[in-house]
Write a protein that binds this ligand. Structure first.
Ligand SMILES: Nc1ncnc2c1ncn2[C@@H]1O[C@H](COP(=O)(O)OP(=O)(O)O)[C@@H](O)[C@H]1O
Ligand SMILES: [Mg+2]
Length: 234
């Protein structure tokens, strides 16, 4: 598949993929680009009044001002907070490769740009046939950006993720380091990752404190995105 877009993957769950996705999508849409979010599967959805609430999807839609049905942009939503392959097995609704690709293709026909977010890291299985997030990225034809933690432990996780993406033939545009506080370790991580992967660090996002909420601090958060490095990604 071809078409404009980006896939935001990460070195782990909880590394900042959703806030990066929300930031990039908001920026694209504020520039008049008809861009849409896509998340192949979401687990750990809260059940409210009998309906599952996909937090990442709702959050990104609210921040970026996107009006699209959840079922179109997140075709598989599960209640159990587990790897998608396991949540799908437990809830008896297997994730089919073709359903994912069809949903994705439909969005590509309707929108100029698709900003997709993975679930967890790049090697997360989506079903019991061993179809991984990396397989979906490759099949979607999108280049990816890796969101990684800034501090201790990130060298190993980031190098493994880059190597895995390369094995699947996925184009990696670069890496975003999240939760940057400016320590010597973080600065060395930045330089070491660039040197060891031959990829650019596209930007750093500062640590914004325990109580950070993108919903409450959207303006300040977006100022981080507007001034910088995303120009040539789109
Ligand atoms: N730089 C940061 N400073 C403070 N809190 C952050 C930062 N980045 C992410 N968070 C918080 O960490 C949590 C996980 O981030 P999220 O974007 O949902 O990660 P992922 O999508 O990779 O699971 C969220 O509550 C988010 O608000
Ligand atoms: Mg997320």
């Amino acid at each position: 598949m071809t078409g404009k877009g980006l896939f935001i993957t990460g070195t782990d769950t909880g590394v900042g993929k959703t806030i990066v996705s929300a930031g990039i999508l908001t920026l694209l849409r504020s520039r008049g680009i008809n861009a849409c979010y896509f998340k192949p599967a979401l687990t750990g959805a809260e059940r409210i009044n009998g309906e599952l609430f996909p937090e990442d999807t709702e959050l990104v839609k609210a921040i970026a001002g996107l009006d699209e049905k959840n079922e179109n942009i997140t075709p598989f939503i599960f209640e159990r907070a587990a790897s998608p392959h396991f949540a799908a097995r437990l809830e008896n609704r297997p994730i089919k490769k073709n359903s994912l690709l069809q949903a994705f293709q439909k969005l590509q026909e309707k929108y100029e740009f698709i900003l997709a977010e993975g679930c967890g890291g790049i090697a997360v299985p989506l079903n019991d046939e061993g179809y991984l997030i990396a397989d979906f990225i490759r099949d979607s034809g999108l280049p990816c950006i890796i969101t990684a933690r800034a501090g201790l432990g990130t060298l190993n996780h980031t190098l493994l993720t880059v190597e895995f993406a390369r094995q699947f033939g996925i184009a990696v545009k670069g890496i975003i380091l999240n939760g940057f506080t400016g320590t010597d370790i973080e600065k060395d991580n930045l330089n070491s990752i660039e040197k060891l992967t031959n990829l650019p660090i596209l930007g750093t996002i500062p640590w914004m404190g325990e109580n950070f909420s993108i919903r409450k601090n959207k303006k300040a958060f977006m100022e981080l995105f507007v001034k910088n490095w995303l120009e040539d990604l789109c």
